[in-house]
Design a protein around this ligand. Structure first.
Ligand code: ADP
Ligand code: MG
Length: 702
């Protein structure tokens, strides 16, 4: 929208004024003309047809009836006082009831006249009834004139707004007024060639018809046009940012693969890489040779082997004289990466250091020195890494694990550690459906590891109800007898932390009774414990001193204990799908057959049942993510909330997938042909982009 009348504050619209402007702003965030223009009806009421009274069914939403008023009565006393009228057509009688404004209504009604009645039908005492119908005297001529105004818009309102006479009707009037005065100021945002190619309605027509559709097909066209535009401009912006980024940010060039990598590859790597791992390595290799900063998101299910890929990329960086680091969201995870990587590379090969909040001052000082001198090549840690005191000589490659837990600022800080920003690899085990990734990370490059290492047995998942608890215990014992270890996880939800802790404690008690010493030993880990205590308990489990680990979701991410082969999830119905999937991913990491037991109450919501069924049905993270997206909608998927990228008004990335993909491809083709959008026919797009909110910028995302 060009800097036009639509920027005008809403109080200047006829019929608004300061008071109403205040509530519109507060209740609906309508501050200017543009906001009102984009405040779309949430539904449309069909006024195209008149119902015969005999055809009215109880489940019809709103109906319109043409009937002659035959009778008026005032019944009841005081608070039961009501006006009851009767109206007839040639098929039957309908009863009309008013509980409020009785006097006034009585005065206006005229017996014997034909009225257009409109309202939600009900049935009472065997009679067809309508409470508080809208009604107007039937006038054949007026009806003719209205002719086409058939789908009546309904706008969401609030109690507060209603006090200012801004119910749906009131808002409708404002919109009508806006359109009447300014519709001709609604300018086109898309080039003609796009409009023609996708057979889009002109923008002004679309706005007219989304508010006051001439008919259903006009409405459909309007919605399509506006959705298209919304997705188009978003993708245009994302891809433009991506392009800009590649022009703006230089990247270190990793010339060659050297001894360190080769040595590791040929002598240390204990298994062959999967094809997916090889492919991703190749992608990273290409990125780091271009002289442009890499920003790559690496998606892969838990256990798919992302860490090895990250490590091998780091070795290439080191081969080229750079330092590297891995940043993890928690101490446990940082520690785990540290252990894993140390084990993989071996002590004699290359020094690996750990830096977390618990690192002693003395150790820290030594680290700082080694980092500044460039002697230390691999640093693993938590947020502690990004403190200003931590200075690298030449940081070239950064791995961020589980990106959505890091804030924007934190990531930005990492890059500032070098003049040429380091290459960034963000790893996430939360698979993101393709369409969501397109919208959310549209300006990042994405790699996917979609293949598990060979020989892994798929985890078997069952859903047990409370009544099957003994069976579950029996199964645990059986597996423990085989030398396996078991996780038992309790939900931890912010609002009822106390209760959850109690659940955990009660559960632990039951466990302790069921699994008594000395045959069984239990570790307990929960969020209220100190990091040191957690680590201690964790270590007991890792060292197999305990066979059962009772925990809240602190173990969700990344913990790797191959001998643990059973995951019991208590109150599984209280977890979201992606969380369940993450938890389940803690097992199935060794050679043994692994199991996941979902315990739940018998009373399940529909969604709860779908979630558990999905878990039983599939191990595929992307499939699970799709279901999750469908159940919860895009706004609730992990990591999307803060992004603001998904403030889509009309388009829905679940139901409009096909359109989104089409648009994305099309925008890509535009940039391929005309990267600067320099062609005359694309000039209009600069304007459209500029007027689109500043909302989205590249570094908001990575
Ligand atoms: P992720 O980080 O994706 O969850 P990891 O990198 O932690 O996965 O790998 C999980 C386990 O699988 C680790 O024990 C790792 O050593 C092992 N692993 C990784 N890649 C392979 C492979 N290609 N073949 C066999 N085992 C592998
Ligand atoms: Mg991992």
């Amino acid at each position: 929208m060009n800097s036009s009348v639509f920027q005008t504050p809403i109080e200047y619209l006829k019929g608004v004024g300061l008071n109403r402007a205040g509530v519109l702003k507060k209740e609906l965030q309508i501050a200017g003309f543009e906001d009102l223009l984009n405040y779309f009806p949430y539904k449309y009421i069909d006024r195209t047809r008149f119902y015969k009274i005999k055809d009215i069914q109880p489940d019809l939403p709103y109906v319109q009836v043409l009937a002659r008023l035959t009778h008026i009565d005032i019944l009841g006393e005081k608070h039961t006082r009501r006006l009851v009228a009767q109206a007839k057509d040639d098929t039957g009688t309908i009863e009309l009831v008013w509980f409020q404004g009785v006097k006034w209504i009585e005065k206006t009604l005229i017996i014997g006249k034909v009225y257009v009645l409109f309202g939600k039908p009900g049935f009472f005492n065997g009679k067809t009834q309508m409470a508080h119908p809208e009604l107007e005297l039937y006038n054949a001529e007026a009806q003719q004139r209205k002719g086409n105004l058939t789908l009546q818009p309904a706008y969401n309102s609030t109690e507060k707004l209603k006090q200012y006479s801004l119910d749906s009707k009131g808002i409708q009037k404002l919109v009508a007024c806006l359109l009447e005065q300014y519709l001709r100021e609604v300018h086109e945002t898309l080039p003609l060639y796009i409009i023609n190619r996708f057979k889009l309605t002109a923008r002004a027509d679309a706005y007219k018809n989304i508010h006051f559709p001439d008919d259903q097909s006009k409405l459909n066209e309007a919605v399509y046009r506006l959705k298209f535009e919304e997705l188009f401009l978003l993708q245009l912006k994302l891809l433009k940012n991506k392009l800009l980024h590649t022009q703006k940010f230089k990247g270190n060039i990793f010339q060659s693969v050297g001894d360190i990598f080769n040595n590791f590859y040929h002598h240390k790597l204990p298994f062959p890489l999967t094809n997916a791992q090889k492919r991703v390595l190749k992608e990273i290799r290409q990125d780091t040779q271009r002289g442009i900063q890499m920003n790559r998101l690496l998606q892969g299910d838990v256990g798919s082997g992302k860490t090895v890929v990250a490590l091998m990329s780091m070795l290439i960086a080191i081969d080229n004289g750079f330092q590297t680091c891995i940043m993890a969201p928690t101490e446990i995870l940082a520690n785990q990466h540290y252990q894993t990587i140390k084990e993989l590379v071996g002590d004699d090969f290359i020094e690996v250091a750990l830096l977390t909040g618990s690192t002693s001052k003395k150790a820290r000082n030594i680290l700082h020195e080694k980092l500044e001198s460039g002697d230390l090549k691999i640093l693993i840690g938590t947020h502690a890494l990004i403190e200003d005191k931590v200075k690298f000589k030449n940081l070239g490659f950064v791995v961020i694990d589980e990106q959505h837990r890091f804030g924007v600022e934190q990531r930005a800080k990492l890059w500032r550690k070098n003049i040429i920003p380091p290459h960034i690899l963000v790893m996430t085990a939360t698979p993101i459906p393709r369409t969501l990734a397109m919208t959310l990370y549209g300006d990042l490059d994405i790699s996917v590891i979609d293949e598990l290492p060979a020989g892994r047995k798929p985890i078997q998942t069952v859903h047990f109800y409370e009544g099957q608890r003994l069976r579950m215990f029996g199964f645990m014992k059986q597996e423990i007898a085989k030398g396996r270890q078991v996780y038992v996880v309790y939900p931890l939800i912010q609002e009822s932390e106390k209760l959850d802790l109690k659940n955990l404690e009660d559960g632990t008690e039951v466990m302790a009774r069921e699994f008594p010493l000395p045959d069984f030993r239990i570790s307990i880990v929960h969020g209220k414990m100190s990091a040191a205590d957690k680590q201690f308990e964790m270590n007991r489990f890792i060292k197999h001193e305990t066979q059962i680990m009772v925990a809240t979701t602190v173990i969700e991410v990344g913990v790797n204990i191959p001998n643990a082969s059973v995951m019991v999830i208590e109150n599984a119905e209280r977890f979201g799908l992606s969380q369940l999937h993450q938890l389940r991913g803690r097992v199935g990491r060794g050679a043994e057959q692994s199991f996941c037991i979902l315990m739940s109450h018998t009373k399940l919501s529909r969604d709860g049942k779908i979630r558990l069924d999905t878990m039983v049905k599939t191990n595929n993270g992307f499939e699970i993510a799709e279901t999750d997206l469908q159940l919860r909608g895009p706004g609730n998927i992990d990591g999307t909330r803060q992004s603001g990228v998904l403030d889509l008004k009309l388009a829905n990335i679940v139901t409009d997938q096909e359109l989104l993909i089409t648009v994305r491809r099309f925008v890509e083709s535009i940039f391929e042909k005309d990267p600067q959008l320099a062609a005359p026919e694309n000039q209009i797009l600069h304007q459209s982009l500029r007027s689109k909110d500043e909302g989205l910028s590249w570094n908001k995302i990575s």
